[in-house]
Design a binder for this molecule. Structure first.
Ligand code: UDX
Length: 506
């Protein structure tokens, strides 16, 4: 009797480091479970990963394919250009994607079975549309956490309620009757009714309208695009589009561990009953395949591994690791405030300063020699670190982070307390959860001066608060470890995802 061909899944990833790595891990996990996975990314990313020689191509059942993003090779694919990147990708690759799905459906070009299911990065709604038009089931993969998804989901409602954009403060007028009274009322009602930008409004006011977050989610913790002045802001429009289609997908996959987000997941499942929590994926893949050959090398930058030897020479829990992910850009002034704040703590630090971290022309190149000179005693600077290994190193005592979801998960998995300085998007929500829900760090959102940096770093490195945070972080790490272990919730969720995909039941 002929064996049934393996189920063929196509995973389409956004071309950004923070989206690419978890999608690759998910693809690996599915390949380990016996599915055939075509991993689709942009040509630009494909070449940065090593093309046909990319290490991930060694994994049985996993193949890499690419589509053009329509941008020139030297385009800065950075935070300030995200809209451009995503628009160009949508406009350029839509038809190519359709052609690829059609040709795969005919067993071309290499005789593989047709694609039976697609898993699409939630930020590529056009890819979901194309697959749906061809009658191929679509699952949505959110590379950010359930907590931020939930806040994103309610942004249209917050707009309807007049909560977003943030209203201006209510001005009090003292006046006496007559015509002036009418004018004052008109001014007053206009100010109250017309939503305004964030300046001058109370950013610490609690938000009503995101179920389950009452009592701790403040205006300043909402996704950064809620600070736009206008509801027609293109980022609000694009993120709303990228979120509202998710419940219509056959399933919604999160890179998170069930108990971390149990409360918000219960809400999410009222909208998306087929929600899977398979994270942290970097831990899950390692647990499934301890030899773990492939996507450790899924980084778009070359890792400077000399920092591991430097860490080996430092006492346990003595180093603050500083990294702002792959997209954050800093002004020179902010960079110096961080640097002075860190130096003033007298703690050792390892800091990732990407060549494109500085927003001013010239990048970080022109300040690096100055910083390196002043940092010799206690600090070590690199352009890109093997972050997961760094966070797992016994010398690391705290993480000063921009609260990207991957960084947050990696820190939690290693039991390292965080100082959060969120830069944009979901990071505003993540950092609030770190400080108020998981209690594994402190949140210095919206402030960047050397005194605050020093105070916050000391809080996670010294004294009673640090002790408590370390304990909480260690407990979280233990919980997350058990989720990816035999019988753990992430393992069970992955099994269910594979089973449902095979049966076509969602
Ligand atoms: C983006 C968003 O900013 C983030 O909020 C969203 O949740 C996912 O996409 P990014 O800003 O790059 O990602 O942050 P993050 O999610 O933390 O991802 C960065 C990744 O790069 C992490 O996996 C981290 O380990 C890796 N990294 C970072 C390195 O390997 N080395 C470094 O030196 C710095």
């Amino acid at each position: 009797m002929a064996l049934a061909p393996p189920l063929h899944v196509l995973a389409f990833a956004s071309p950004l480091q923070g989206h690419l790595s978890p999608m690759l891990k998910l693809a690996e996990a599915l390949a380990i479970k016996g599915l055939l996975v075509t991993f689709l990314t942009t040509e630009h990313v494909y070449h940065r990963l090593g093309g046909a020689d990319a290490p991930l191509c060694c994994r049985d059942g996993l193949r890499l394919r690419s589509v053009p993003d329509g941008l020139p090779a030297d385009h800065p694919r950075l935070a300030g250009h995200l809209g451009e990147v995503m628009r160009s990708l949508r406009d350029t690759s839509r038809e190519k994607y359709r052609e690829l799905l059609v040709s795969l459906g005919k067993g071309e070009p290499d005789g593989l079975p047709p694609v039976t299911c697609t898993i699409v990065d939630a930020f590529l709604p056009f890819a979901a549309e194309v697959a749906a038009e061809l009658g191929i089931p679509v699952m949505a993969f959110r590379t950010s956490g359930p907590c931020s998804f939930w806040a994103y989901f309610f942004v249209p409602k917050l707009i309807e309620q007049g909560e977003v954009p943030f209203p201006a403060p209510i001005l009090l007028f003292v006046c006496v009757g007559g015509f002036s009274n009418i004018v004052v009322w008109v001014v007053f009602l206009t100010l109250v009714r017309r939503p305004r930008a964030a300046e001058g409004c109370d950013m610490d006011e609690l938000v009503r309208g995101v179920p389950g977050t009452e009592g701790f989610l403040r205006r300043r913790d909402l996704p950064s695009f809620c600070r736009a002045k206008d509801v027609n802001d293109p980022v609000i429009q694009a993120t709303t589009l990228a979120t509202q289609w998710n419940p219509r997908a056959r399933g919604l996959i999160f890179n998170s561990a069930e108990p971390m987000d149990a409360a918000v997941l219960a809400h999410i499942r009222t909208l998306c009953p087929s929600t899977y929590t398979v994270g942290p994926l970097h831990n899950l893949v390692r647990a499934l395949d301890p030899s773990h050959i492939a996507t450790a090398a899924a980084g778009l930058w070359r890792e400077d591994r000399t920092c591991l030897a430097w860490l080996d020479a430092q006492p346990p829990k003595s180093v603050v690791f500083v990294s702002f992910g792959s997209l954050t850009v800093l002004s020179r002034a902010h960079l110096l405030e961080f640097w002075h704040g860190l130096v003033n703590t007298h703690h050792r630090f390892l800091w990732v300063i990407r060549p494109d971290l500085l927003e001013e022309t010239g990048g970080a190149g022109d300040v690096l020699p100055e910083l390196k000179e002043g940092t010799k005693e206690k600090g070590y600077l690199v352009e890109w670190a093997p972050q997961q290994e760094v966070l797992a190193h016994p010398a690391v005592g705290a993480f000063l982070t921009h609260s990207g979801w991957n960084s947050t998960l990696e820190s939690i998995s290693s039991g390292v307390p965080m100082v959060c300085w969120p830069f944009f998007f979901d990071q505003m929500v993540n950092s609030r959860y770190v400080s108020e829900v998981w209690r594994a760090g402190v949140d210095m959102k919206d402030i960047c001066d050397r005194a605050t940096v020093e105070k916050m770093v000391r809080a996670v490195m010294e004294g009673e608060t640090a002790e408590k945070l370390r304990k909480n972080a260690a407990a979280l790490a233990e919980m997350v470890r058990s989720c990816v272990g035999e019988g753990g919730s992430s393992r069970v969720s992955l099994e269910k995802l594979v089973r449902d995909t095979k049966l076509g039941v969602f």
